[in-house]
Design a protein around this ligand. Structure first.
Ligand SMILES: [Ca+2]
Ligand SMILES: [Ca+2]
Length: 491
């Protein structure tokens, strides 16, 4: 049902971590060494990782990152029996993350050319194409505040182009890092984009500068930090996400934007033995970040999926052969969107109606925001790029910066994040829970459409492919508490 999210994937060996076979002088070759594999090793909740680290070493593993704050180790080993050998006292659970990488839902970029101009936010040269900013009353908000530079937003994504003329002044370079592989690398090249400009687009929506060039972001007065979690094959692995949440928490960030998914099943089942440790590790990381004052914002997904009624998931894993899993229950969470305390954001198009692709679900969606809808105008027959979201881009082939359109809940999430950043600038001191409630309270409620909703019956995948039914009242499954509003959030 979903062509945006479950697109064809580049062939990828998910865990290619370099030459894994160490030569041990003089001894017989180790029997049956396998490819080097990454593992998450969890100490019991609240325990230190010392015992677990000793078990990793004894099992022919190497600890590449130790997250003592949450009792999680990232280890690598070529020993095929590593998981069995590492289990024991001091280790609550262990799971290989091989195959658990999830492809970034990249989206297509339609580039535009930018003229020069100067002036207030509405006079940015491309502002006339930023319908999204008008919709959430960004100009009115900017008359109050554009945001404070001590509010730093972690963009957990594919990196941010630090040479972009609309972003160069907006990046907290001292707080930016790569987390690919679960290990931090703070060199500027490491957190710049390689094969994807997704993070550059997201960053621009949050904080592109008011500088007479290109576009404006929702909160150009705040700073963004690149926290690169997408590897060069376009995958996000759980260890990278864990690293990203901890990095943001330990570097004073108040918000993170998460326009991605971290499990290949899309719906990660807590009661699945293989996936449970992954869920636990990510859960610990998110809980830790909340304890440090971070509000995490996540995209709902582009599957037009009712997250409140999970029955089957036929598309996953998206880095392997699809298998059908019956009877998924609500114990299966879309991570990080459905982790407790995370602001879950759906998408609307230029009319304010649900974007055809946006996932939904009563009790799951917290708010909605502009994500674009390039199909509604022709009932699905054709794509109209200008109904997408215009932001900053980086052409990974020509290595040049620019501006262009993308659509998706990946684009709506950063609007909500930007509004939260403005709110925090205008009303400092809110806890993550208070900020989340405030974001909902200041949103513009929007009622459910009646009956079966489908703005794109002519879409080539079939007349009913994007059917969806909204349930709920003032707060409902399509729009949550409503469309975020930058002005009511700062006035
Ligand atoms: Ca600009
Ligand atoms: Ca939520």
């Amino acid at each position: 049902m979903n062509n945006l999210r479950r697109k064809t994937l580049a062939a990828a060996s998910a865990v290619t971590l370099g030459a894994g076979l160490a030569v041990t002088g003089g001894l017989a070759p180790a029997a049956a060494a396998g490819p080097e594999t990454s593992y998450l090793v969890l100490a019991p909740q609240g325990a230190t990782t010392g015992k677990a680290a000793a078990r990793v070493a004894a099992a022919d593993g190497t600890v590449v990152a130790a997250y003592d704050q949450i009792g999680v180790l990232v280890a690598r080993s070529t020993n095929p029996d590593f998981a069995a050998r590492v289990a024991g006292a001091g280790v609550e659970s262990v799971a290989s993350t091989a195959g658990l990488g999830t492809a970034l839902d990249e989206g297509e970029t339609v580039e535009v050319s930018a003229a020069q101009a100067a002036g207030d936010p509405t006079k940015e040269p491309l502002y006339g194409q930023q319908w999204d900013m008008d919709m959430i009353h960004v100009p009115q908000a900017h008359a109050v505040t554009t945001g404070r530079p001590d509010v730093v937003v972690g963009v957990l994504d594919s990196g941010i182009s630090s040479t972009h003329p609309d972003l160069a002044t907006q990046i907290a370079k001292d707080k930016s890092t790569s987390c690919v592989g679960g290990v931090t690398d703070t060199t500027e090249a490491a957190w710049n984009p390689t094969n994807s400009d997704h993070g550059t687009h997201v960053a621009g929506t949050i904080a592109a500068a008011i500088n007479g060039v290109g576009v404006t972001g929702v909160a150009p007065g705040v700073k963004v930090a690149a926290v690169k979690v997408v590897n060069d094959d376009g995958y996000i692995f759980p260890e990278a996400a864990v690293c990203g949440f901890l990095w943001a928490a330990d570097h004073g960030m108040r918000l993170t934007n998460n326009s991605y998914y971290i499990d290949p099943w899309e719906l990660n089942c807590r009661n699945d033995a293989r996936q449970r440790p992954v869920w636990q590790a990510v859960q610990r990381a998110i809980r830790y970040s909340q304890s440090k004052g971070v509000l995490n914002v996540a995209s709902a997904g582009n599957s037009n999926y009712d997250l409140a009624h999970k029955i089957t998931d036929t598309g996953s894993p998206n880095n392997g052969t699809p298998e059908e899993r019956e009877n998924l229950t609500n114990a299966c969470l879309d991570l990080p969107a459905e982790a407790p305390g995370v602001v879950t954001v759906a998408a609307v198009g230029p009319t304010g109606a649900k974007s055809y692709y946006s996932s939904y679900g009563q009790g799951v969606i917290d708010v909605t925001a502009p994500g674009g809808d390039t199909r509604f105008r022709t009932q699905g027959a054709r794509s109209t790029s200008t109904d997408g979201i215009l932001s900053t881009t980086f052409n990974t082939v020509t290595r040049t910066n620019g501006w262009g359109y993308k659509q998706g809940t990946s684009m709506s999430g950063p609007h909500a994040t930007g509004v939260a950043a403005l709110a925090l600038s205008a009303h400092p001191g809110m806890t993550p829970g208070q900020l989340s409630s405030f974001l909902e309270r200041t949103a513009t409620a929007q009622p459910c459409p009646a009956g079966v909703y489908n703005p794109v019956p002519l879409i080539p995948t079939g007349p009913n492919a994007y059917d969806a039914t909204c349930s709920g009242g003032a707060r409902n499954g399509f729009y949550g508490a409503g469309v975020v509003d930058a002005y009511t959030a700062v006035k």
